[in-house]
Design a binder for this molecule. Structure first.
Ligand code: GCU
Length: 581
């Protein structure tokens, strides 16, 4: 894929564009449309101050600043609930006249973004959680260069995600912005992983950007690998070589120094080699059946209700998962930032990564499908070399219909085509029922969503003991599936603000949260095809859907730790369960 985003930007010659960016709030999009709603060539992207033009009524440099990376909501109280358009502006550092190509790369901007450099529009991007870039080589000039970015985070009926979600719609340049310099021909993309079938072959590809037909050297010094890859006229080359690396696993997160180089360019990476597969109801890591001891997580920092965006944020969140005894984390409900997956590689945490195809998406629209597919592709391309990632999730809690299943089947196929080395999944619902047995009512839960036929692993979200079914009825639950596939219980849980205590059956108390966990975990022991779980959720998180005053206060309180990072009683319940697994 010649137009894939630049692989591994942090392994290249980069300058950070993070820091203070000037901003303008523009709910009426005055800086983009004229009074008749037409795109206005005299817009804010021209960066014209009143001194530059008598009709101008803005001046970026006199305007306040926001930190980038960072959502605007947590930085400025007046922007906490703001949804709409906001403009960013900064000047670029001096660009040396060194013949190198230059790209501006955004790790993520929520939701609809347009980028101009020196008044020239360079890229439009939709989707709040995946990277995009623009080449600026031909638009930069000696002297001053500036970037203007318009970000609109309005929730849209035809959006992905759509209007209704249970997380805060953090807006803005939420992730790091980089200035990347490359030679005229450079190594744009590569993939290097253990062949799942043989387990004794490392294979993959390399994609040059620029002049094709060159040889690329793949080096893995610790394995004594120095391999010449020839590329075709379009700069594409594949490779397959015998090697028996130490296997990456949660117990042994072994990473190797890997580099691809040409005469003009070199890119270094740290890659773990492992094989992931299913066998009937088993999930096999490096050929051995594994149980995924997990937790779900939003991309929100511990101690600050804001988007997590730094390597320190990632380390803190994933260290808490490790402390809980996890070998697995579900990154919900959208691709998290670059740092999460790299830290998971280092810590030995297996990952479930997901695109925000969440609840009631417009399944009939081809445009919406292509938007979802683009986000899926950007997620897979960005992280395809991360050993930690074992599952690509294409959806969360979507209502069964033919249009929906066709939509998601198409996404599952795209994931498999792009990356046959990993497993596909989705968080689905179960079908509840009741049967009479020896005069006793037995509750049955069946995994028979038609979508499961197109996935490798079934995910199931259920809230027995919280949204439905008394906690005391969980004990005699019976789970069924004739899919002969593994199940990951991708969500279950109960809400409790830190410090709220009561009896074991008192809802909204830490004690009741323990009761639900104990009942759920006991039930899990009897589900023969269960191969993992990721309870909802590691940390209380901000959401506009939770207004219960004095209890939720616009936070979902199902965390095992509070938004400040304080552990609740149920943290220990899950910790002890994982010690037994
Ligand atoms: C849903 C959903 C989550 C939500 C959770 C809850 O299942 O997937 O995004 O936060 O339930 O209700 O707490």
């Amino acid at each position: 894929m010649t137009n894939a985003n630049i692989q591994n930007p942090y392994g290249r010659q980069i300058v950070s564009l993070d820091g203070d960016w000037h901003y303008l709030i523009d709910p009426y999009e005055t800086g983009f449309y004229n009074m008749f709603g037409e795109e206005n060539s005299f817009g804010y992207f021209r960066n014209l101050t009143p001194e530059d033009h008598w009709a101008s009524e803005y001046n970026f440099k006199q305007s306040p600043t926001l930190k980038v990376p960072g959502d605007w909501n947590s930085q400025e109280p007046t922007l906490l609930w703001y949804e709409g358009t906001l403009w960013y502006f900064r000047e670029l550092p001096a660009i040396p006249d060194d013949g190198l190509r230059r790209f501006v790369r955004f790790g993520g901007a929520n939701y609809d973004t347009i980028v101009w450099v020196n008044g020239q529009e360079l890229v439009r991007h939709t989707g709040g959680f995946t990277p995009f870039e623009a080449e600026i080589t031909d638009v930069v000039q000696a002297g001053t260069n500036y970037v203007v970015v318009k970000v609109n985070d309005e929730r849209l009926k035809d959006g992905v995600p759509t209007r209704n979600t249970d997380w805060w719609n953090y807006g803005g340049l939420t992730r790091e912005v980089l200035l990347i310099a490359t030679p005229a021909t450079f190594i744009r993309d590569y993939f290097c992983q253990l062949d799942a079938d043989t387990g004794a072959t490392i294979s993959g590809f390399v994609q040059l950007d620029g002049e094709g037909g060159q040889t690329v050297e793949l080096a893995i010094p610790e394995l004594g690998v120095s391999y010449q890859i020839s590329t075709d006229a379009a700069g594409f080359g594949e490779f397959s070589l015998s090697a028996t690396p130490e296997r990456w696993s949660p117990q042994n997160p072994r990473l190797y120094d890997v580099s691809f180089s040409t005469a003009a360019d070199v890119i270094h990476d740290r890659i773990g080699f492992r094989a992931i597969a299913t066998d009937g109801e088993d999930i096999l890591l490096n050929g051995d059946s594994i149980f995924l001891k997990g937790i779900s997580m939003h991309e929100e920092a511990i101690g600050h209700a804001r988007r997590a965006n730094s390597i320190e944020d990632a380390r803190r969140l994933l260290a808490e998962a490790k402390a809980l005894g996890c070998n697995f984390v579900r990154l919900a409900h959208y691709p998290h930032n670059d740092h999460m997956c790299r830290v998971a590689d280092e810590l030995g945490l297996l990952l479930w990564c997901e695109v925000p195809v969440y609840w009631a998406i417009n399944w009939e629209s081809q445009e919406v499908l292509e938007n979802a597919r683009a986000q899926l592709i950007e997620m897979i391309v960005r992280d395809r070399n991360r050993a930690s990632i074992i599952l690509w999730s294409i959806a969360n809690e979507t209502p069964v219909s033919d249009a929906r299943t066709a939509f998601l089947k198409s996404l599952a196929e795209t994931a498999k085509q792009l990356d046959p080395t990993r497993l596909t999944t989705a968080a689905m619902f179960m079908r509840p029922d009741k049967v009479e047995e020896d005069g006793e009512v037995v509750r049955t839960y069946t995994l028979d969503d038609p979508l499961a036929d197109y996935l490798d692993v079934m995910g199931c979200n259920q809230y027995l003991g919280w949204y439905y079914t008394k906690v005391t009825d969980i004990a005699n639950a019976r789970w069924h599936s004739d899919k002969n596939k593994p199940l990951v219980m991708s969500e279950f849980g109960a809400g409790a603000p830190k410090g709220k205590r009561g009896g074991p059956l008192d809802r909204w108390t830490e004690d009741y949260q323990v009761t639900v966990y104990e009942a759920q975990l006991a039930m899990m022991q009897d589900i023969g095809f269960l191969r993992g779980l990721s309870p909802w959720i590691l940390k209380d998180f901000r959401t506009p859907k939770r207004p219960l005053a004095g209890v939720q206060d616009y936070f979902n309180r199902k965390g095992l730790i509070s938004d400040k990072g304080e552990r609740k009683l149920a943290w220990q319940t899950l910790y002890e369960f994982y010690q037994t697994k």
